[in-house]
Design a protein. Structure first.
Length: 89
């Protein structure tokens, strides 16, 4: 199983780094739900999430979770991990 780490950035909050090797989507969702209270200020109005839309990252359960939690996403072509997010702003 992976190991979660907590990193601090300027003491303003936390960055959760999670090695997902061996984790199922459900297990990762459970970790995120437990961290939700700590991240509610980060996922506020104006926050936009960007992912690379790789097939393994764009599962139905991922899309459902993002919608249910009102997380705005940045449109990005599928399977383009090296695409600069600045090109979409």
């Amino acid at each position: 199983m992976g190991r979660a780490s907590t990193l601090r950035l300027h003491e303003r909050g936390q960055i959760k780094a999670l090695s997902t090797a061996g984790y199922t989507v459900k297990r990762i969702a459970d970790v995120v739900k437990r961290s939700r209270k700590a991240t509610k200020d980060v996922l506020r109005v104006g926050f936009t999430f960007q992912q690379d839309n790789a097939t393994i990252h764009a599962t139905r359960s991922t899309e459902t979770w993002l919608e249910e939690n009102d997380v705005a996403t940045l449109d990005c072509p599928s399977r383009s991990p090296d695409l600069s997010p600045m090109e979409n702003l």
